[in-house]
Design a binder for this molecule. Structure first.
Ligand code: DC
Length: 222
């Protein structure tokens, strides 16, 4: 039996930070689904495949290996054995990842990986369509939101800490463009599940968000 917590929401809503904190606090395995999409985007850059070349991207998926690991207490993502945790946050990846995630075969392939990893385990998964498509029967569903401006501020801070060079304006523009394509795409669109708990974190500290969600999880885990 597995226990699944699904956290969906737009880019920069704090899903990643909150999910990492909850996974450590409650011993849940953290599967960052956005990072997996970013790995596919990075591999297409590495192989000089453009986002328009859908067939080549689908073919490329056959040989791609994505692993989630914890090293020295930090979540790491490996692409074909290489640690790409920082690399997948760079501009070039951010620019194409939403387009990559629109490809049906990419979504199917990654969803299968997510299902396999989570079998028989207690997991927390953050993404766009976890509570609606990937795990419609998740035990706890959260939709985490915040205004685009607040989200851009948070990403700017996160990028600075990671040494990623992007202006606030660039980040805000990127966030708005991604919101649009994440919400409007035909499959796996970003949408609140009817039974998800809506949290607007614009004026909340991360700690407060973590505590709010933790309470919901503990209610169901008991
Ligand atoms: O959460 P993130 O910014 O790392 O996500 C990167 C991209 O991946 C984002 O543009 C939407 C896409 N994504 C998706 O389509 N479905 C998911 N479950 C997670 C992310």
């Amino acid at each position: 039996m597995s226990f699944v917590v699904a956290i969906d929401g737009p880019a920069g809503s704090g899903k990643g930070t909150v999910t990492e904190a909850l996974s450590k606090k409650l011993g849940l395995i953290n599967i960052g689904t956005g990072s997996a999409y970013r790995c596919v985007a990075l591999e297409s850059i590495n192989q000089n495949i453009s986002v328009e070349e859908k067939d080549k991207i689908v073919k490329m998926l056959e040989d791609i290996k994505i692993d989630f690991e914890i090293k020295n207490g930090k979540d790491e993502i490996l692409l074909n054995g290489q640690n790409v945790t920082k690399r997948i946050r760079q501009k070039d990846v951010a620019k194409i990842v939403s387009k990559i995630s629109e490809i049906k075969e990419v979504r199917e392939n990654l969803n299968n990986i997510f299902l396999k990893i989570s079998q028989g385990k207690n997991v927390i998964m953050e993404g766009r369509d976890i509570g609606t498509c990937v795990f419609p029967d998740a035990d706890v569903k959260i939709y985490l939101d915040a205004t685009p401006e607040e989200r851009a501020k948070r990403r700017e801070k996160q990028n600075k800490e990671q040494g990623i060079d992007m202006t606030y304006e660039e980040i805000l523009e990127n966030i708005k463009a991604r919101d649009k394509s994440d919400k409007e795409r035909e499959i796996g669109a970003l949408k609140k599940a009817d039974d998800a708990i809506y949290i607007d974190s614009s004026n909340m500290e991360i700690k407060e968000v973590v505590e709010t969600i933790e309470k919901e999880i503990l209610k169901k885990l008991k």
